[in-house]
Design a protein around this ligand. Structure first.
Ligand code: HMG
Length: 390
């Protein structure tokens, strides 16, 4: 029986107005900048302006998709985040007025740490298998924030990735097989009363590697491809070195040697964007995919491995095949412009943004005008977020 392929038809990325160079942070923390540039593989990180949040970057990521494809038959919108702005209302509902989402749609927010975007993709594929005429907009949007002057601080970042998931996709057809692993572990979490995550860094690194390996074992048990069949391995990247560590661990667990050149060939092209954007939690894996598609030689017909990890924890190993003609559908120029157009912060400005807290008194508060991105948080009033297009 042949079935219509389902997968990623379009992918669009947005990030914040500001960025901080890791050299600035290294100087402040009194460490060698190469600990960040080489040791964790991060050079810069995106930082949200006072008038940005996950809604503004999600809208900026999703708008180009609606402009290119319209809204017909988008009957489901799934927004994955762990930086939610409300405990009740789904963040994507704000997108109706900002970018014109259709009303004849179910709109839901998903959460499981950095894994949420992958859950969205899997749910979307299921809905489209049920009715191939439908299209699903999946958005992953996050702002990663750790306490100042802690080991987690250099692994902050922010981005949103929007994906249109359809039958007969133009970019990546998803294989129906997935490997899964979940376990109750306290490696990283953020209680409702905190704006910054709590993390046990070393435990999280080990938990990620174990979960990726277990998900791979399950993928094989389900009849998935062999390691040698993949042209590239796209990992969740809390920092880019993590992808190399996890891939080395996976190869060695399967009795393979992991030479530096082999690791670079498997991972290198997936890290270009994450190296300068930082951890974008749910979006990070899909930013890795964008980086791979934008920077690798022709991948037509090649199989890609996708490895998703969300602390707490859930991991999924899945795969897809790159579609003929995919290059005509990429947004390489816009992706690069989103990164190169960021304004660089000095340390004091970065610290002030980090320490700022949103008003909670319900009065009217206009937000400082900072971002030059398409959407901004204009004000807080009556406990409501008032968004505007610029
Ligand atoms: P640390 O303990 O400060 O760093 O923080 P370190 O001392 O381990 O050094 C890092 C690396 O830099 C080491 O290399 C050093 O040798 C090297 P490694 O041994 O790892 O290969 N180094 C240098 N290299 C070159 N020149 C130098 C130099 N100095 C040192 N001069 C840690 C590291 C990752 C623990 C910290 O950044 C952290 O806590 N980050 C947050 C947690 C995290 O990102 N965990 C990743 C796995 S969990 C995950 O991915 C889920 C997550 O995204 C959340 C979610 O799911 O929602 C986080």
């Amino acid at each position: 029986m042949t079935t219509t392929p389902v997968g990623i038809h379009d992918l669009s990325f947005a990030t914040t107005h500001y960025a901080l160079d890791h050299a600035v942070l290294a100087e402040r923390l009194g460490v060698d900048r190469d600990k960040f540039y080489l040791g964790i593989g991060q050079e810069r990180m995106s930082v949200a302006a006072a008038d940005e949040d996950i809604v503004t970057i999600a809208a900026a990521a999703a708008q180009p998709i609606l402009q290119r494809h319209g809204t017909d038959n988008i009957r489901t919108v799934l927004l994955a985040t762990e930086t939610g702005v409300d405990q009740s209302k789904a963040a994507a509902l704000y997108l109706h007025s900002l970018i014109g989402l259709p009303n004849a749609a179910r709109v839901v927010e998903l959460k499981q740490a950095c894994y949420g975007g992958t859950a969205g993709l899997a749910f979307a594929a299921g809905l489209i298998a049920r009715d191939p005429s439908q299209r699903v907009l999946v958005i992953a949007a996050d702002i990663a924030k750790y306490e100042l002057d802690t080991p987690g601080e250099p692994t902050q970042g922010a981005a949103a990735v929007a994906m249109l998931v359809t039958a007969d996709p133009a970019i990546l057809a998803l294989d129906p097989i997935s490997g899964l692993y979940s376990a109750d572990i306290m490696d990283f979490w953020r209680p409702n009363y905190r704006s910054e995550a709590i993390v046990d860094g070393k435990t999280s690194v080990n938990a990620y590697q174990k979960a990726a390996q277990e998900a791979w074992s399950d993928y094989r048990r389900q009849g998935g491809r062999e390691l040698g069949e993949f042209a590239a391995f796209c990992y969740h990247q809390p920092f880019t070195k993590m992808a190399y560590k996890a891939h080395r661990h996976l190869l060695e667990s399967q009795g393979h040697t992991a030479e530096a050149a082999d690791l670079e060939a498997a991972i290198g092209a997936t890290t270009t964007y994450n190296r300068t954007v930082g951890n974008s939690y749910t979006a990070s894996l899909y930013l890795g995919l964008a980086s791979l598609l934008d920077h690798a030689d022709d991948l037509t017909g090649k199989a890609l491995a996708m490895i998703s990890y969300g602390s707490g924890s859930v991991a999924e190993f899945f795969s897809g095949t790159v579609r003929p003609g995919y290059r005509a559908h990429l947004r390489t120029e816009a992706n690069q412009a989103a990164i190169s157009s960021r304004e660089m912060l000095d340390y004091d400005h970065y610290r002030a943004l980090h320490e700022a807290v949103l008003p909670t008194d319900g009065a009217y508060h206009a937000m400082p005008e900072e971002t030059r991105r398409p959407f901004r948080l204009g004000a807080m009033s009556g406990h409501k977020r008032i968004y505007e297009a610029r």
